[in-house]
Design a protein around this ligand. Structure first.
Ligand SMILES: Nc1ncnc2c1ncn2[C@@H]1O[C@H](COP(=O)(O)OP(=O)(O)OP(=O)(O)O)[C@@H](O)[C@H]1O
Ligand SMILES: [Mg+2]
Length: 257
């Protein structure tokens, strides 16, 4: 049975998509069967694995709002073992259209239940908000992975996210747990980066991944080539650290089981 991990933080630009795409690709590279779910109308994960949004006929929207069969919207990617349910801007409508729908928070959970046993990991890239799309992701998920950018206001907004996680645990998904907190875009040359790292570790303690993602230009270039970094530049530091993170995620999963 696959494990569903939502990559969430309502703060924009903290590395959610970079993490969803590259962790997904690296888990696949380690032999895991992975389904990436693009839960963000921006569709960055979709283009990040080389899918042209204009060519997408059906996306998460059709599954979540129109009850289309999940298997029909799964696309293969250039990475072996990695598939994706793409998103287009059409998904933006779901946030409004779902409001008046019955069981509006469990639509994605139901959709993924039908394919869950075919994957080892299902990774959902969330949008930068705590709206219905993120609620659907948290309700569908076994765990939430929280990327935190090593910047001055890093911890700001996290209490709101943790509060949402608690509410989801209470009302929608008792099983939801915190998969881990991932420090991203660290510039180790600055005191600020190290200070933030220390602060986040003090707050989240052992839930912080040992792997810390540094700023790496290859990671920021890869999306414009429509490829995860392990395909774009397998020898880069960015590829190495996301491979490390994938190992840590697999190891943690085995330890808990
Ligand atoms: N480790 C890194 N090193 C360098 N650039 C990075 C790194 N991680 C992410 N970036 C770049 O930072 C920007 C924001 O990253 P990303 O899109 O992953 O964040 P996000 O949280 O998904 O954003 P949004 O909230 O808009 O969905 C992107 O341009 C990305 O290429
Ligand atoms: Mg994103």
């Amino acid at each position: 049975m696959g494990k569903i991990v939502a990559v969430a933080n309502q703060k924009g630009g903290v590395g959610k998509t970079t993490t969803a795409v590259n962790l997904g690709a690296c888990l696949a590279h380690h032999g895991q069967k992975v389904l990436l779910v693009d839960g963000d109308p921006q569709g960055n994960a979709t283009s990040g694995v080389g899918i042209e949004k204009a060519d997408v006929d059906a996306c998460v929207y059709n599954v979540v709002v129109e009850d289309m069969d999940t298997k029909q919207v799964i696309c293969p990617t250039a990475v072996e073992n990695l598939s994706i349910i793409p998103a287009t801007i059409q998904l933006a409508g779901a946030e409004i259209e779902l409001v008046s729908t019955i069981s509006r928070e469990v639509r994605l959970k139901r959709a993924l239940e039908t394919v869950k046993d075919q994957y080892d990991y299902i990774i959902i890239d969330c949008p930068p908000s705590l709206g219905l799309l993120t609620l659907n992701a948290l309700t569908a998920a076994d765990s939430v992975l929280i990327p935190v950018q090593c910047e001055y206001y890093a911890l700001e907004g996290l209490s709101q996210l943790l509060n949402t996680v608690r509410l989801v645990q209470k009302h929608l998904n008792h099983h939801l747990r915190i998969e881990g907190v991932l420090l991203t875009m660290l510039d180790a040359r600055t005191n600020l980066g190290l200070q933030v790292t220390a602060e986040v570790k003090k707050y989240f303690q052992e839930r912080v991944y040992q792997t810390i993602i540094p700023r790496n230009v290859r990671l920021s270039e890869a999306p414009s080539h429509g490829a995860p970094v392990i395909l774009y530049d397998a020898k880069s530091r960015g590829a190495a650290v996301y491979m490390e993170l994938a190992k840590e995620v697999i190891y943690n999963g085995e330890r808990i089981r």
